[in-house]
Design a protein around this ligand. Structure first.
Ligand SMILES: [Zn+2]
Length: 54
């Protein structure tokens, strides 16, 4: 029973982390004030790994 609960918690944590990552990316776009940040070039905030195609 405890292992079962632990697995559910684990899944929830993964989802939360994913949501946090998405929110952080969205927030970055709105909050980023660095004109040289790569998010302006790629449209993808740094750390939002879609393989940094240099
Ligand atoms: Zn940026």
């Amino acid at each position: 029973m405890k292992a079962h609960i632990a697995r559910i918690v684990e899944k929830l944590e993964q989802q939360t982390r994913l949501q946090v990552a998405v929110l952080a990316a969205l927030a970055h776009e709105q909050l980023c004030s660095d004109p040289r940040c790569e998010c302006h070039e790629t449209g993808v905030p740094p750390g939002f790994s879609v393989t940094a195609a240099a």
